[in-house]
Design a protein around this ligand. Structure first.
Ligand SMILES: [Zn+2]
Length: 550
């Protein structure tokens, strides 16, 4: 891999690799080679300035100290002057500058012949406001006919990965190794690692040609006989991809063990795919397409379907209105969206809250005569009217009308135990909104009525479904760690989704035994001599006309 820097016509070398493969040593060796054999102005870039300083102290200094050739070439490492600082060192015939990709000033200035980029996928998208750090550095090499850029990184997310983009422009070399049994060459792939979950240590590699069982002990022989083969046309860029499957320091069984540890959560699995397989993570689009939901609208009129045994409500507070969804729940948390209200008015005024009272206190009747009311309601306190919500809920705690606030951390339970630390000592529940949205979106993908299925009435306009499906999961890197974020489509409102989150939370606070309730209501129905004639649910139903289409 290191020899590629001397191949004729090569102006860029790309290493897209897993961890545990000696990637940083490769860059260090290439640096040492140029200092010794082909002295030039060299720029070595780390993701941050702090990492550049640490690399200078912990990796470069020992390398210079331990190599007689390098000790000779660098100016006295003990002396501190402009020729020898932590981030800039002169040597015979050239100089080495170390920089952080987050610091535009350290990337600008003098011309450079050799640019080395370490962990490029961890670089910020832009160095200050100057643009892509890798491209900025590359620009400084343009005056050299024999310029060279070397980038080595573990990849991140498909479509966003810089190292993957570089690899795709390269001649895409993969390492082919022969099978000790049949001699046929192949690249090592995760799919060929065979294992028993309970005995990860017994994992082996299965030859894709002859199905021979290959052991870790076969690896050294296979690696020694292996060769790089390009998979694409060469156009000045030599690219190498290699994974932990080849690592002489990691057993296949260890990889299986780590895989099962990582597999529990999408975010840890992503890290495993990046660092062990050296592959980009294909982001599952956890969004839902709203047009598919439109076709499942049902016309059950204003009478509550018989499957509903519990009713909850979720209320979102905006500066000029309240929005509220009334949701009916049945066995397996199958749900029916019974009503959606947009109550216009000023949340600072009592009038609007009286309107909400009418919505939350209305009686419901099922087509078989069973009567129901809203069993629990959750109202968001996150807007500008926190105090008003507290006051409203304080007077209605006995009716199970609760104040809630959202928390977006990953893995947070849907509903945590309430606190009363606010001024009015109102019960305040914290909701895990990431958890709730994942649950709701997973359920919207269920296509058959039954457990988890979501029913919607014919009256709801398209905008309701657009709001319900307005968010997507994106992975952002926070301090180098992939983190899930819910991102709202541009210009899109999401009150309908928020209301559903709160109504679902209300069900979990109420925590009813849905199966037992079904049986109870069945008994109630049978003992009733004559079902009451069905009447419309209430005059509080705002329905279709009230929708704000803007
Ligand atoms: Zn074989």
């Amino acid at each position: 891999m290191m020899d590629a820097v001397n191949e004729p016509g090569v102006r860029e070398v790309v290493f897209m690799t897993s961890a545990q493969i000696g990637k940083t040593e490769i860059l260090n060796n290439i640096l040492g080679y140029f200092v010794h054999q082909d002295p030039s102005p060299i720029l070595f870039i780390q993701p941050t300035l702090e990492m550049a300083e640490a690399w200078s102290k912990d990796r470069l200094a020992p390398m210079i100290r331990d190599s007689d050739a390098l000790t000779e070439l660098f100016k006295d490492p003990k002396s501190r002057n402009s020729d020898n600082t932590l981030l800039h060192k002169k040597f015979n015939g050239g100089h080495l500058t170390m920089a952080g990709a987050n610091s535009p000033s350290s990337l600008a200035s003098r011309p450079i012949r050799i640019v080395l980029l370490d962990e490029e996928d961890r670089y910020p998208t832009s160095a200050g406001s100057e643009g892509d750090p890798g491209s900025l550095a590359q620009k400084r090499t343009t005056t050299f006919w024999n310029r060279l850029l070397v980038s080595a990184s573990t990849p991140t997310i498909e479509g966003e990965s810089k190292i993957e983009a570089r690899f795709q422009q390269s001649d895409q070399r993969l390492f082919f190794v022969p099978c000790p049994e049949c001699g046929a060459f192949q690249t090592l792939r995760w799919a060929q690692v065979k294992f028993d979950r309970n005995k990860p240590d017994a994992a082996h590699y299965e030859c894709e040609h002859c199905a021979a069982v290959l052991q870790d002990s076969d690896k050294p022989w296979m690696l020694a006989k292996g060769e790089w083969r390009a998979q694409a046309e060469f156009a000045g860029v030599a690219g190498f991809h290699i994974s932990e499957l080849y690592s002489p320091w990691v057993r296949w069984g260890e990889m299986v063990e780590n895989f099962f540890k990582a597999k529990r959560l999408p975010e840890t699995l992503k890290v495993w795919v990046n660092t062990s397989l050296g592959e980009t993570w294909k982001e599952a689009t956890e969004g839902v397409d709203h047009t598919g939901l439109l076709s499942r609208k049902e016309n059950w009129g204003r009478i509550v379907p018989v499957g509903v045994v519990v009713i909850t409500a979720g209320v979102d507070v905006q500066d000029d209105r309240l929005e509220a969804e009334i949701v009916g729940w049945g066995v397996g948390q199958e749900s029916w969206s019974l009503q959606y209200h947009v109550l216009h008015g000023d949340p600072a005024q009592a009038k609007l809250w009286e309107d909400l009272d009418r919505v939350l206190r209305q009686p419901f009747q099922r087509s078989d005569g069973v009567s129901l009311t809203v069993g629990c309601a959750c109202i968001d306190t996150g807007g500008h009217y926190t105090q008003k919500v507290y006051e409203y809920c304080k007077a209605r705690e006995h009716d199970r009308v609760f104040a809630i606030k959202g928390a977006s951390q990953i893995g947070r339970p849907l509903v945590s135990r309430f606190s009363r630390t606010n001024k009015l000592r109102v019960k305040l529940f914290t909701l895990g909104t990431d958890t709730a949205k994942q649950m709701i979106y997973a359920r919207l993908k269920i296509h058959q009525p039954g457990a988890g299925y979501c029913h919607f009435p014919a009256e709801y306009p398209e905008d309701y479904f657009r709001q319900l499906t307005s968010e997507r999961v994106k992975t952002k890197f926070v301090n180098g760690h992939p983190t899930r974020h819910w991102v709202l489509a541009k210009g899109q409102r999401n009150e309908a989704l928020d209301c559903r989150v709160y109504a679902l939370a209300a069900l979990y606070i109420l925590n009813p035994n849905l199966d037992a309730l079904v049986q109870e209501m069945e008994r109630e129905r049978i003992t009733k001599q004559k079902p009451e004639p069905a009447t419309p649910a209430s005059d509080g139903w705002m329905g279709f006309d009230d929708w704000n289409f803007n």
